[in-house]
Every structure is written in structure tokens, then in C-alpha cells.
Design a protein around this ligand. Structure first.
Ligand code: SF4
Length: 346
């Protein structure tokens, strides 16, 4: 049985007609899906249709297992899927609106050395409805605080390694009949799959695209990111340049600062040379240490010196705050930070 949230409006129209109902019922149903209502709340839908729906569909894809709230209002939710997998999402309140960081896979197969999600490997892809339901649930839960205005695909998993579900999710969450969240309010973070990047713009996606680069040379990147064995940094930058050319969206380079590894003068110069001509901004994120790696963050002074060096070389860059609610963290780092902060306030 699948959840109703798996369907687009067209698919739902077809489905209700197959159940012998009028097409317009699909729009009514969509309003309940977007509100994350239970079948009990479908008060404008005939009981006969609800009975038919119950035979084929779940009203909700996820149930909350637990949550942890951090001192800055960030909330970590642990959800259970219908088949019993556990996934995590993070709510991040800001003065300028609320964000939700979603997971797109159970675990992750990319194996970045600094990431807790990658440590356990990939268990399965999440469906579009399961990714969407993380946002729907939290939007309902936080309705009195303004709901959800922005989405960050930066939780567990590599979005472009689960391309079809990611694409459908982006279309569903962007749809007028859904939460209608604009592409400019959605960020997708990838560890670097050039074919997936090209597929995004070919499919008309214009969200903010962030590349977790973390090292400016293939040699260094291979030491911390398995994906670097497959694609060179030049291939990635070429794909980003095409993304910018087609969408007009400035891309984001995420660069986790690892003390004594990628934060020296030669690293800044290599980064400058690599990014020459690319319309981008570099987010420098001091490493958030996990128990799975023995890498360390640089001192604050060294992190800011690296940033100044980049700025001096003409590269737009800034250091991100080390807070759980900093949505511009890197894949695998945001989640760790939020959890770390939340756990300290329990
Ligand atoms: S950092 Fe992102 S891509 Fe890398 S293992 Fe973690 S979740 Fe996967």
C-alpha cells in the first residue's frame, strides 16, 4: 500500500476516476494531503470514497517516533516509514523563515569519511512521498510558528543518487496544489554527480545547487570522498558552470575546513584556480567532528584567515556559524551539528 502523498494531481485524478469518482475530488484530496490530514479529517469527502481509499492507500507515509529540540529552536524529528525504517529530518527556525532539512535515502552509499550517514552505507532510497511527507508533517506541526518556507536537501543520502524520487519530490513540493515552495527557496546539496546535475536543469529544475567540494584537487578529495575516485573536480566544475548557464542561479561551493588538511595557503590558491570564471559563493564550514573519523576542525582564527585569503584572491567566501540551525552547512555536517547541539540541551 502506498501513501496518497506519492501522487501528483494528474495521477490522483486518474486514480479517483478508476475508483468510479468524479475527477474534481482529486483537488479536494490534494488539500488534505498538503495539510497532512488523517482520513478522519477528510470531512468534505464522501464516506464511500474514503472507504475505497483506505483499501489502496495510507493517509500518511510517516509517523513520528521521537524528537529533540535544541536551544535555538531547531528540532530533530525521528520518523518511522510504513515499512519500519527510521529517518531523520530537521526543522530550523530563522528570522527570515523556517527551513526543513530532509533525508532522501535511508543511510547513504557515498561513504564520505566525515559523515555519520555514510558510515552505515545505503539501505534504500526513499520514495518521493516519503521525502515530501517529512516536509508536510513538519509544516503541520509548526503551523502556529509559520510553517515551512524553505527546504534543504541535506539530510541522509545523496539526492542525485535517488534521482527520480528527488525530481518528483521537487515537483510535488513546488506545485501550486502542494506547499507551493518556490525553487529559489529550495537548496539541493550533492557530493558531485555530474550527470545528475545536468539532468536537473534538463528537467527544468532551478533550485539552489550546492556542491560539497571540500578539496580543490582530486588527490586530496580522494582522501575524504569516495566519489572523487569516479569524477574529477574539473568535471564537477564544468557541470556547475552549465547549471549556472542554463538556470542563471549562482551555485554554492561547500568546503568543510579540516585543520592541517585543506586550510593552507596552497589550498586557497588551488581553490581560486579551480573556481576561476564560475559564478559561485564558497561556504566555509569548520569540520564538525564525528566519532567515525579522526579529522579535526581548524582554529577559528585559522578558519577566518583562510576566508580572508580567498576573499583577497577575489573568491566570494564566508565562514558559516557553527550552529545547529545554520542551514548552509554541508551534507552530513548540518545534521551532525544540529544533533550535537540538541543532545547537549536534553
Ligand atoms: S556527506 Fe552526504 S553524500 Fe557523503 S556520505 Fe554523508 S550523506 Fe552521503
Amino acid at each position: 500500500m502506498i501513501a496518497l502523498a506519492e501522487h501528483t494531481l494528474d495521477e490522483l485524478s486518474e486514480a479517483v476516476q478508476k475508483l468510479g469518482e468524479q475527477k474534481y475530488r482529486a483537488k479536494q484530496l490534494m488539500r488534505h494531503i498538503a495539510a497532512y490530514d488523517s482520513f478522519d479529517e477528510y470531512t468534505d469527502i464522501p464516506k464511500s470514497l474514503i472507504a475505497k481509499l483506505k483499501e489502496c492507500y495510507l493517509d500518511r507515509a510517516l509517523t513520528e517516533q521521537t524528537r529533540v529540540t535544541a536551544s535555538d529552536g531547531a528540532v530533530r524529528y525521528l520518523f518511522r516509514t510504513a515499512d519500519g525504517d527510521l529517518i531523520e529530518s530537521v526543522f530550523l527556525p530563522h528570522d527570515y523563515g523556517n527551513s526543513v532539512c530532509v533525508s532522501c535515502q535511508v543511510g547513504c552509499g557515498m561513504g564520505c569519511t566525515f559523515c555519520a550517514s555514510g558510515h552505515y552505507g545505503l539501505q534504500r532510497n526513499l520514495t518521493a512521498g516519503e521525502i515530501l511527507s517529512q516536509v508536510l508533517y513538519i509544516a503541520r506541526d509548526k503551523r502556529s510558528e509559520g510553517g515551512v518556507n524553505k527546504i534543504v536537501m541535506m539530510g541522509s543520502g545523496e539526492p542525485l543518487a535517488n534521482y527520480d524520487n528527488t525530481l518528483k519530490f521537487l515537483r510535488l513540493v513546488n506545485a501550486e496544489y502542494g506547499l507551493n515552495i518556490g525553487m529559489r527557496s529550495i537548496s539541493l546539496s550533492t557530493c558531485g554527480l555530474p550527470d545528475g546535475i545536468r539532468a536537473l536543469y534538463r528537467d527544468g529544475i532551478t533550485c539552489t545547487l550546492s556542491l560539497s567540494l571540500h578539496a580543490a584537487t582530486d588527490e586530496k578529495r580522494k582522501k575524504i570522498m569516495r566519489i572523487a575516485e569516479k569524477y574529477t573536480v574539473k568535471q564537477l566544475i564544468a557541470a556547475l558552470a552549465e547549471y549556472f548557464r542554463v538556470t542563471g542561479r549562482r551555485v554554492v561551493i561547500e568546503y568543510i575546513l579540516i585543520g592541517g588538511f585543506n586550510d593552507g595557503e596552497s589550498d586557497a590558491s588551488a581553490l581560486k584556480n579551480l573556481l576561476k570564471g564560475l559564478c559561485c559563493h564558497v561556504n566555509l564550514i569548520p569540520l564538525n567532528k564525528t566519532e567515525y573519523c579522526d579529522l579535526n576542525a581548524p582554529s577559528k582564527k585559522r578558519a577566518y584567515a583562510f576566508c580572508e585569503k580567498l576573499n583577497g584572491l577575489g573568491v566570494s567566501a564566508s565562514v558559516r556559524r557553527s550552529m545547529g540551525s545554520d542551514v548552509a552547512g554541508a551534507c552530513g555536517q548540518l545534521k551532525n551539528r544540529t544533533f550535537e547541539q540538541a543532545e547537549h540541551t536534553e
